[in-house]
Design a protein around this ligand. Structure first.
Ligand code: TEU
Ligand code: CA
Length: 559
């Protein structure tokens, strides 16, 4: 198959199926629910839908713990529903990409059930096993979701590695047969006609042999194993092999989720000559408002850090690799609550944030609800939360003696359930998500913030996203232009230019409630021969004494 790079001009919409739309009143979103909303997504104008996992799973981590890669989760429907979804999407020119979760499986996957049953089982080496040391786990690594990264197995009297929950044992990628099993499974989905894969923590699959202890701070129970599993020694071999054996035979989009990858590593992963993946998800810009004191320690974002970071990614990958662009996903808090203002300036700041991101180079990802400015949630009690990372973190901190309110503040600001409350379709009960009882409560703001409202107004956040998406199709400079950051040291203003020989853009974004007075020079070059093509206030102020109002965003275009 000849690669066409269609994904360079695409916009991806992430669906978290559990929380998208419930078609049968059991309180859980499902495939028929997604089918019934395809027209909505087509109207938004996106090209690709990324489905968070829809495979059979005991749902310890909402589907990121897969029991059977080639079956659909009962709660979501059947394989026939999936095929129908694929067909209905195709009719609307929408591609579907699937989540590929192959750093680990569920402990209920048939491979693991066999692997743990005896040391001479043929599937034994599909996972990572090691003997204890003096009655302790094989090394000091902590798991991402709390506690040790090792779990004792009674049958074989040794431990298995799990970087995430103990119901998510890590696969052993050193094992040739395991890799071939994964490739077979990938072909199964690709042969159905899916448009590619989002690859879960794919840069964790190669571990440093011997699995050495990680650095441990004195006040911490576990060591940091990440230098020994992130971007490990064989990662490029494995990804290249996957590409050659499987991906190169299809014209698909591939995006690797890669915590801890630098721009330099991103180039190695995404440079087309290396034949690995098309793009990666960086975490660097998502870590800028995190403190040093453990999970979800809070720190105020400094806009200068954000600008510096995004500039680094934009300029480093230019011509050498390819960026993904995102503010939100199912693991992150809502961007309008995080870097914007979810009160008085919710609408302006949501549009500003979308503008700032969508005028950059890369493939943009929109997470369900972002296009209507959905906000973080603050449930009163911990029982209202469902995410295992949140619940484990809460229990761990309570044991350490941290007070309830401090922990809740962290959860309100950073917790993953902020992204997982049901999609707000209308002002009806439960936001129109379900006629039953939703698996997680709806954000009470649904009466004001919902799709129905947005579709009624040309000034809505939805309409703004529609425009951003359609501009990407029209203007080559958005895909191909150089990136040049302006006013690096300005604490409220995020401004940059994009340029090709034929076209240029000037993007001005006020990240604050305070007005910004710009010198005339800034816009002088643009005031002649240029026009404002994007704005988030209904009028544009005169260019004399140019003032950017709270959270104002403007894009000037010239050709
Ligand atoms: O996430 C990997 C990951 O890095 C997250 O653990 C993230 O750092 C953390 O949740 C932030 O609070 C992927 C999936 O996106 C996530 O949903 C899964 O839980 C995880 O892998 C395990 O599959
Ligand atoms: Ca349902």
């Amino acid at each position: 198959t000849k690669e066409t790079n269609w994904w360079k001009k695409s916009v991806v919409y992430q669906v978290y199926p559990r929380s998208f739309y419930d078609s049968n009143g059991d309180g859980i979103g499902d495939l028929q629910g997604i089918i019934s909303k395809l027209d909505y997504l087509a109207e938004l104008g996106v090209d690709v839908i990324w489905l968070s996992p829809v495979y059979d799973s005991p749902n310890d981590d909402n589907g990121y713990d897969i029991r059977d890669y080639q079956n659909i989760m009962d709660e979501f429907g059947t394989m026939a529903d999936f095929d129908e979804l694929l067909e209905a999407a195709k009719e609307r020119n929408l591609k579907i990409i699937m989540d590929l979760v192959v750093n680990h499986t569920s402990d209920e996957h048939a491979w693991f059930v066999e692997s743990k049953s005896s040391v001479d089982n043929p599937k034994r080496d599909y996972y990572i096993w090691a003997p204890g040391k003096n009655g302790q786990p094989p090394n000091n690594w902590g798991s991402v979701f709390g506690g040790s990264a090792w779990q004792w197995n009674e049958e074989t009297q040794d431990y298995y590695l799990h970087l995430f929950s103990k119901k998510q044992p890590d696969l052993n990628w050193e094992h040739e047969e395991l890799r071939q099993s994964v490739y077979d499974m990938m072909r199964f989905w690709l042969d159905k006609g899916i448009g590619g894969f989002r690859m879960d923590v794919i840069n964790f699959i190669s571990k440093v042999p011997g699995l050495p202890d990680g650095d441990k701070k004195e006040d911490q129970a576990f060591g940091d194993g990440s230098p020994y599993f992130m971007n490990g020694p064989k990662i490029h071999d494995f990804l290249h092999e996957m590409n050659q054996e499987v991906l190169s035979h299809y014209d698909v989009l591939t995006v690797g989720e890669m915590p801890g990858a630098s721009p330099k590593e991103a180039i190695d992963y995404t440079n087309p000559e290396n034949k690995e993946v098309n793009m990666i998800f960086t975490f660097e810009h998502m870590d800028l408002d995190s403190g040093q004191n453990g999970k979800w320690d809070l720190k105020q974002l400094d806009l200068i850090d954000l600008k510096e970071n995004l500039e680094k990614w934009q300029t480093s990958l230019q011509g050498k690799g390819w960026n993904s662009l995102y503010w939100n996903n199912h693991d992150q808090p809502r961007i309008v609550s995080r870097f914007g203002d979810d009160g008085e300036y919710r609408v302006q700041s949501a549009k500003m944030l979308g503008t700032c991101l969508h005028m950059m180079q890369g493939t943009p990802y929109i997470y369900q609800g972002e296009e209507i400015g959905m906000t973080n949630v603050a449930f009163e009690t911990i029982d209202q939360y469902k995410d295992l990372e949140t619940l484990n973190m809460y229990n761990e901190k309570i044991e350490q003696g941290v007070d309830h309110n401090t922990i809740m503040q962290s959860i309100y600001t950073k917790g993953r359930d902020n992204a997982r409350t049901p999609m707000q379709w209308s002002s009806e009960k439960n936001g129109g998500f379900t006629t039953g009882t939703p698996w997680i409560e709806v954000n009470p703001k649904y009466t004001e913030i919902n799709v129905e409202n947005d579709l009624q107004s040309e000034q809505s956040i939805f309409a703004h996203y529609q425009q951003l998406i359609s501009l990407r199709k029209q203007l080559d400079v958005i895909t191909n232009g150089d990136f040049n950051l302006l006013f690096k040291d300005h604490p409220q203003l995020f401004a940059y230019e994009r340029k090709t020989e034929a076209e240029s853009l000037l993007v001005l974004c006020n990240f604050s409630k305070k007005e910004i007075l710009l010198e005339k020079d800034v816009v002088k070059n643009y005031s002649t021969n240029s026009k404002v093509i994007v704005r988030n206030y209904s009028s544009v102020e005169l260019l004399n004494d140019f003032v950017l109002r709270p959270y104002e965003a403007l894009v000037f275009y010239s050709s």
